[in-house]
Design a binder for this molecule. Structure first.
Ligand SMILES: *Cc1c(COP(=O)(O)O)cnc(C)c1O
Length: 458
């Protein structure tokens, strides 16, 4: 979208209200952030933590501005939420206009067009050419909960299967579906039953082909659960919190085929990987996987809370009228923003932008990998790219996780105006999850800071 070959009169290059450059003018966190943090600890639960306690006053494009006037390059995008860019102009205009017209009626009392339009867009852009239906809800975890409800109703079965290294949310059911107990579940039980954790595909660590990894997953499901009791298998096509694991080619379609043969609903949790993030509307498309149900959230409404379950009409329509819904689900303002997000993806050519971002990041990260042998793996798709760090000298052999290096790099980058998120079952993954508005100049600048960070590890 910064392509200078486009004649000026037809260019749709966005105008940024915040300079797209990092700038550090105080200690990090600065004095005003420190002050706010002191107030916060007196009133906000200690159970809610902040990765980087700088208090943000403005955000635009790929830049966050804190209360002390520091500007950060945002490689987190609120965990892949502001995919179209912070305060993207179409999203702002659509939401502002909707605020004037209708803020809330409750779709299950008196409906409105925006909800229907979002469902039409989801039917069009989710994988699979069949007839589809959607339900709109408020959060990713709520979409997961509804996906499971719908699959259970359709199949009349009880069991839910997930994969190792999965992350699905913080509600009671989804806590039971996560791989990692700490910090998400520790002490918060008892948990929902009938949730089974099957082995996944993690090429860097298991070295298995898609076929062999799928055979291992299926063997587990058949022996430990039994297909006839299994309502659904919930899978992130590229695992998010787990560390951006890209499954071996063939893995997902083989699982889908097994699910179809046994009447199991296969659900794609595309909450992090969907909505143009990976250079496709949905990451499932990279693997020729057409899931029965698709879950959207995070990036769908440009930062407003909205989530969806979308899928095969016969599965989605199995629920009794009144069985699905919720007070705020499919709020008109969030829906108006989501419609603008779909427009922004088309008009700003964001699928291509995601591929540009992948090229720039891969080139830069491959260069770093030549020089720093603790980079064990570079993986991901589009603007969902990560590096997995291991102890020196173990990258090709024992691959011993190196969480300390990730923490130190994240801290170093923050001090220099770059916001990175960590990830991974062992906390040893550094992820790039920028908005698709991020320029190559910002990516290069961020990579330079990362290079300095690696050098500083000694
Ligand atoms: C973030 C996330 C969720 C949970 O979404 P919330 O909106 O935080 O409830 C579920 N699945 C995946 C893959 C996620 O990344």
């Amino acid at each position: 979208m910064t392509d200078t070959n486009i004649p000026a009169e037809t260019a749709t290059a966005p105008v940024y209200s915040v300079p797209q450059e990092r700038r550090i003018v105080t200690a990090i966190p600065g004095p005003k952030s420190e002050e706010l943090h002191a107030r916060r600890t007196k009133v906000v639960s200690a159970g809610v933590s902040s990765a980087l306690p700088v208090y943000i006053e403005r955000a635009n494009g790929a830049i966050l501005v804190d209360v002390d006037g520091n500007r950060f390059i945002d490689f987190g995008a609120g965990i892949g939420v502001t995919t179209v860019g912070h305060t993207e102009e179409r999203v702002v205009a659509a939401a502002a206009s909707q605020l004037q017209d209708v803020i809330h009626t409750l779709f299950t009392i008196t409906p409105y067009e925006e909800y229907v339009r979002v469902a039409e867009l989801l039917a069009k852009h989710t994988p699979g050419g069949w007839e589809k239906r959607s339900v709109l809800v408020n959060s990713g975890a709520e979409a997961v909960e509804n996906g499971v409800k719908i699959a259970r109703k359709h199949t009349g079965r009880r069991a839910v299967a997930v994969l190792d290294h999965a992350y699905h949310g913080r509600t009671n059911l989804t806590m039971a579906m996560n791989y990692k107990a700490s910090p998400y579940a520790t002490g918060f039980g008892p948990f929902a039953g009938d949730v089974y954790h099957a082995p996944s595909s993690y090429p860097y660590r298991d070295g298995l082909s898609g076929q062999d990894a799928a055979a291992r997953t299926i063997a587990y499901l058949e022996k430990v659960v039994g297909a006839s009791d299994l309502a659904c298998l919930v899978v992130e096509p590229i695992q998010g919190e787990g560390g951006f694991m890209v499954p071996a080619q063939g893995y997902l379609p083989i699982l889908q085929q097994w699910c179809t043969e046994h009447g199991v609903v296969m659900i794609a949790d595309e909450i992090q990987s969907g909505m143009a993030r990976t250079g496709r509307y949905y990451a499932s498309e990279h693997f020729e996987w057409k899931p029965d149900l698709v879950l959207s959230a995070k990036g769908i409404a440009g930062g407003l809370p909205l989530a969806a379950v979308t899928g095969r009409a016969e599965i989605m329509d199995a629920s009794q009228p009144g069985g699905l819904g919720g007070t705020f689900g499919g709020n008109p303002v969030a829906c108006a923003a989501a419609i603008a997000v779909f427009e922004s993806i088309e008009e700003n050519h964001l699928l291509a932008e995601a591929e540009r971002i992948e090229q720039t990041l891969r080139t830069g990260l491959e260069r770093l990998k030549q020089r720093y042998d603790i980079i064990g793996d570079i993986r991901g798709r589009g603007a969902m790219i990560a590096i997995e760090l291991v102890q020196p000298g173990t990258a090709d052999t024992t691959k011993v996780p190196n969480a300390e290096a990730v923490s130190r790099l994240v801290a170093f980058a923050a001090q220099h105006g770059v916001l990175f998120l960590s990830a991974g079952t062992w906390g040893n993954v550094l992820r790039f999850l920028p908005s698709l508005a991020v320029t190559d100049a910002l990516l290069e600048d961020g990579l330079r800071v990362l290079d300095d960070g690696f050098a500083s590890l000694g």
